[in-house]
Design a protein around this ligand. Structure first.
Ligand SMILES: [Zn+2]
Length: 412
């Protein structure tokens, strides 16, 4: 018998190489999975309570942007790795009268009740959070984190003790103003110009009250003068819960470098938003916005014929689709959002930037249309060479730090 050739056969080499490749692929996908899970991922501006309220939206079900104009729900949060964040009690600006205040207060209380109901209806999926440390504990239980914030303090009227009521209800962040001047502050976008030269005397009292309670003070939407005064006045760092950099696009909603640097120096954070019209210049038909506002105000009008669950939302989406056909919307791109991230990261450092995409409040751009697209942003961070430690800060730790600092200052 001839001695057998001891050389391995080509097919064994092939199998061996195949196994090595499989091993490497499994390791890589486990590493990616680990990335997805190891960082706490919070967004500081989720306007979804509006939709839950008006349309009896069941947030545990899957919707889509294309069909439903909805950007946040439980299945897509899981898909995008979003652990939760601040769910917004938003009230539009109305007249500065006792009547106006009373109506707005009723609406804000209703929005707060909607957030509570959302959590109560799905106790295995959502949990209310009030302290900085709550987020990690809730995530460890496999649930989504529900902090509450106020966008536009208008419903408080001139009675600051109402801030205590909302604090007791769990609210831990208060935004002073929206698109028009109110009793607390000048807005960055009031067509009539400034009313107070920044903060009003009542606005200054509101910040002091928020500091005493341990709430984070939010100056998104406020005039630059109000932001500058708030940074000087507040005992704890200011947040811009959904804003951008005016160096990239000159718009009153964006913030100039001088103030962004000051924000970083005072320990504050800018949470980058994804509202197309704030990110860059677009050429949308001027007739679109008034019609969109009309459709939206019909949608949010407290009508009664809202019998069937979701019926109101179906009517709203039909109108919006017709409007989109008539005057097509223009969206910025994920690259514009990334530009605002990278610019502010460069200017301010990774301790002072985070996510406040304005989901279900006007945010969302091409290729970043809902929360399920968020891993694309994290992938871009990694491509850019950001460290995992820095990504962890941006995706949640900075936000939690501000909350913890506000709590501690109130305790002391
Ligand atoms: Zn806003």
């Amino acid at each position: 018998m001839p001695v057998k050739n001891r050389q391995p056969e080509p097919r064994y080499i092939f199998i061996f190489v195949f196994l090595i490749i499989m091993f490497v692929l499994v390791q890589a996908s486990q590493a990616a999975e680990k990335h997805k899970d190891e960082h706490m991922f919070l967004d500081s501006h989720l306007d979804t309570p509006l939709l839950v309220d008006f349309s009896a939206l069941d947030i545990t079900k899957r919707y889509s942007w294309q069909n439903d104009y909805v950007q946040v729900d439980l299945p897509r949060m899981k898909e995008g790795g979003l652990d939760g964040g601040f769910w917004v009690i938003y009230t539009p600006q109305g007249p500065l009268t006792q009547d106006g205040y009373a109506r707005a207060l009723k609406e804000a209380r209703q929005r707060n009740a909607v957030i509570d109901k959302m959590v109560r209806d799905a106790p295995d999926d959502f949990a209310l959070a009030v302290q900085g440390q709550d987020a990690r504990a809730i995530i460890a239980q496999g649930k989504r984190v529900v902090y509450k914030s106020i966008e536009n303090a208008y419903p408080l009227g001139e009675d600051l003790s109402l801030l205590d009521e909302f604090y007791a209800a769990g609210v831990r962040m208060v935004g002073l103003v929206h698109t028009r001047n109110n009793q607390f502050s000048d807005s960055s976008t009031d067509s009539g110009g400034q009313k107070w030269g920044g903060l009003s005397p009542l606005g200054k009292e509101l910040i002091a009250r928020a500091n005493a309670l341990g709430m984070v003070v939010d100056l998104s939407h406020a005039h630059d003068d109000a932001l500058e005064q708030a940074m000087a006045l507040s005992k704890t760092p200011i947040i811009l819960s959904h804003s951008g950099a005016s160096q990239l696009y000159t718009h009153p909603r964006n913030v100039p470098d001088r103030l962004l640097k000051q924000l970083a120096e005072t320990g504050g954070v800018i949470q980058i938003n994804s509202l197309s019209g704030y990110l860059r210049k677009l050429n949308v038909d001027r007739r679109r916005l008034p019609e969109l506002i009309k459709i939206y105000s019909e949608y949010r009008a407290p009508d009664s014929a809202n019998g069937e669950v979701g019926a109101k939302h179906i009517a709203y989406t039909a109108k919006r689709r017709a409007l989109d056909a008539k005057y097509p919307p223009q969206y910025a791109d994920i690259s514009d959002v990334l530009d605002h991230f990278f610019y502010t990261l460069e200017l301010m450092g990774p301790e002072h930037v985070g996510f406040g995409m304005d989901w279900d409040g006007g945010g969302g751009v091409a290729n970043l249309q809902d929360v399920s697209d968020l891993p694309k942003v994290l992938a871009a961070f990694r491509n850019r060479g950001l460290s995992e430690a820095d990504i962890a800060k941006i995706s949640g730790e900075n936000l939690i730090r501000l909350l913890a600092v506000a709590e501690k200052a109130a305790r002391d």
